[in-house]
Design a protein around this ligand. Structure first.
Ligand SMILES: *[C@@H]1O[C@H](CO)[C@@H](O)[C@H](O)[C@H]1NC(C)=O
Length: 257
């Protein structure tokens, strides 16, 4: 999950080199029309607030607490950058970078903590709604990633994560809730962050939850590195297809997304 953090660092360094001391100037005025230049984060890496406002535990919350040796220095993201509470400051920082777009991911466990068999969490919807409004108010285009390696722990347990075919309906349901709640303001959507790496880290190398792999690729308690990554990839692709079909059929035209 290092890629998103690297993006922010690269943008920050580039802006510092190009415009030392120009903090607060609106360099965006120099962009060609339609040009988007941005920074990016992912929910688990920045939000913290891992038990706040009816969010359920995600696969990463459980994994970092139960496999302390897997993360450098036994750390976790219970607090992280505390973006959940400090998002207004963070939007201000993004604005000061001089970029005009910002990509973030939504935490599935905040929106539908128990999947499609439970309730939609209005507090989770309200959080991303406030974030999107704050970005738009600063003329920053929100880019929403619907899945950046995380899912409710309960769904990982129920379906074996991306190994189980039932996860496709769950993803379609969760993404529909997002399109409905944020589609009036968000035009740019990504279904999966790095799906190739998602299945590789989860089911071939076993470095990410649910920590499944087999020799010679890695040493996990369970898994089959020669088979499972392909099963998971199959379900990820069909989940993507279901979300895209739903968006194109029911949201794209009216919302120009
Ligand atoms: C969390 O859920 C409970 C039970 O549905 C509800 O009473 C409470 O208002 C919710 N909290 C927030 C912050 O939405």
């Amino acid at each position: 999950m290092a890629a998103a953090a690297t993006c922010i660092a690269v943008v920050a360094v580039a802006m510092a080199v190009l415009a030392p001391g120009a903090r607060g100037l609106d360099r965006r005025a120099d962009f060609p029309p339609g040009f988007l230049f941005g920074a990016a984060t992912s929910s688990y890496q920045v939000e913290g607030a891992y038990l706040d406002d009816n969010k359920s535990l995600s696969n990463w919350d459980v994994y970092t607490h139960t496999h302390p040796g897997k993360i450098k220095d036994g750390r976790n993201a219970d607090v992280a950058d505390d973006h959940y509470h400090r998002y207004m400051d963070d939007v201000e920082l993004v604005r000061d970078l001089g970029v005009n777009s910002y990509r973030f991911s939504i935490s599935w466990a905040r929106i539908v903590p128990r999947g499609r068999l439970g309730e939609v969490n209005s507090a989770g919807i309200a959080f991303y709604s406030r974030l999107i409004d704050a970005l738009l108010q600063k003329d920053i285009q929100p880019f929403v990633t619907l899945n950046h390696f995380d899912m409710p722990h309960e769904l990982e347990t129920r379906y074996g994560g991306w190994l189980g075919a039932g996860i496709r309906e769950e993803f379609e349901y969760y993404t529909d809730v997002c399109f409905k709640a944020f589609g009036d303001r968000v035009r740019f959507w990504t279904t999966f962050n790095e799906p190739n790496l998602l299945v590789k880290f989860q089911f071939m190398l076993g470095k990410h939850p649910p920590n499944r792999c087999s020799p010679p690729f890695g040493h996990c308690n369970r898994g089959d590195s020669r088979r499972e990554p392909y099963v998971a990839a199959h379900n990820v692709l069909l989940s993507h297809a279901a979300a895209v079909r739903n968006y194109r059929t029911n949201y794209q035209v009216t919302r120009d997304g």
